[in-house]
Design a protein around this ligand. Structure first.
Ligand code: ADE
Length: 418
């Protein structure tokens, strides 16, 4: 079996960690039991480009148990857990192409390895597979029946492709399911981002000023967790509604230029380009820490920082300290790549349970419905989303109420007033 992992001898450790994570994935576990019996993905070749973590590995197993012929590569050069990649190959027979710290050339060669298997379905986190299929590997598009996309940034890229009239097959935006972004983006990113910053720096968050750049679902989660740890949280936004929301949620809202002067830690979560730039670096306090938790490493203008710095030094693990002409230092974590997956282990398994339940059920839905779907980006069907929420509550042993018949009637009537 073709594969490319760091060290196959790490497999036993990876298997133990996968099994540990699976204990917190009850929804995916129930889907697995059904998939084993029904094989809804029988003989479907799936190309997955996801963060290679314990949680992803469990999703890969479930797809394989559902009959799929799965191949996996990394969706980020720094997020791979090498023991997990080894276990997928050795213990589960899943061709995996991923090595933590791989350079850009290897990263793309891994995607091409996965594509060489002529997939019928794609499962992306950031739309890199789709982007390559629509540019350099167009010859393979004829085999594809559909795909899924995990993250906000990927969905934005896909909608742009659709708007340009170029999207060649239907894709389900898993990110847009409520059981995905309400929990994964908010609670998952909230916790794992701070986990990454703390593991990378060992700083005490209490008493520091943490600047959260972008107040989408991820930013909201990070702001809340930082506040919970005792930080003074400053939020920056470009959207007036989100700006008001952040104020009413109790945060100080400033422009990035204002925030640059007061922040101790800066976290970008906008999904956009060069949000921290030259004019901001020069205003920062000596020792300011900057990191990114958005999908791509494009949010911090590192080329500008490299140009303006008089010195760059690795001061600890993944912390690069840049000395500026004004003698002040700014510290960049993980070269601006996703801090939660570079320095920590990504979101905990219990939130990935819902995200990946959406992936598994969307893949099944795609196999059943691909023929009637158009070349568009689709949301996850509401019944799938609601069913995942119900299964999760049940697994948590949390009961909720049912509407009475009278209440159902009331909600559907227009003539009952004062
Ligand atoms: N994205 C964020 N956290 C993740 C995780 N634990 N596994 C896969 N993808 C992720």
């Amino acid at each position: 079996m073709k594969h490319h992992v760091k060290d196959i001898k790490l497999a036993a450790q990876g298997k133990d960690r996968m099994e540990w994570a699976f204990k917190s994935m009850p929804v995916l576990s129930q889907i697995r039991d059904r998939f084993i019996k029904q094989k809804p993905l029988k003989n479907i070749r799936v190309a997955a480009c996801l963060h290679v973590t314990t949680e992803t590995a469990n999703l890969m197993r479930v797809l394989k148990d559902g009959g799929a012929d799965v191949t996996l590569c990394a969706s980020n050069p720094l997020s791979t857990q090498d023991d997990v990649a080894a276990s997928l190959v050795k213990n589960y027979g899943i061709p995996t192409f991923a090595i933590k710290g791989e350079n850009n050339k290897t990263y793309y060669s891994h995607i091409n390895e996965v594509l060489d298997r002529k997939p019928q379905m794609t499962m992306d986190d950031g739309a890199d597979i789709v982007s390559i299929l629509h540019s350099t590997r167009k010859d393979l598009l004829k085999h594809i029946i559909g795909g899924t996309e995990e993250t906000t940034t990927g969905v934005i890229r896909l909608r742009a492709l659709e708007n340009d009239g170029l999207l060649n097959y239907p894709i389900i935006a898993v990110n847009d399911a409520k059981t995905k972004h309400f929990f994964d983006n908010r609670y998952g990113t909230g916790q794992s981002t701070l986990d990454g910053i703390i593991r990378a720096t060992n700083l005490l968050i209490a008493g520091l000023t943490v600047v959260v750049i972008g107040y989408g679902w991820c930013g909201r989660g990070v702001a809340k967790k930082a506040k919970g740890l005792g930080a003074n949280v400053v939020v920056t936004e470009v959207d007036p509604l989100k700006g008001i929301e952040a104020v009413l949620d109790g945060y100080s809202v400033k422009t990035i230029s204002e925030a640059a002067k007061v922040g101790d830690i800066f976290i970008t979560l906008t999904g956009n380009l060069n949000v921290i730039r030259k004019e901001h670096f020069t205003k920062m306090k000596d020792g300011a820490v900057i990191c990114n938790s958005g999908h791509f490493n494009a949010e911090i203008d590192l080329p500008a920082l490299k140009k303006m710095a008089v010195k760059k030094r690795l001061v600890r693990g993944i912390i690069d300290e840049y000395t500026l002409k004004n003698k002040k230092h700014v510290c960049v974590l993980a070269d601006g790549r996703l801090i939660n997956l570079s320095a920590a282990e990504g979101h905990p398994a219990s939130v990935m349970d819902m995200s990946f339940a959406n992936q598994a059920l969307s893949a099944e839905y795609m196999v059943k419905n691909a023929k009637r779907l158009e070349k568009k980006v689709y949301v996850v069907p509401q019944d799938i989303d609601e069913n995942i929420a119900r299964l999760k509550l049940k697994a948590m042993k949390v009961g909720i109420d049912k509407l009475t018949v009278e209440q159902v009637d009331y909600l559907s009537s227009w003539n009952m007033g004062t």
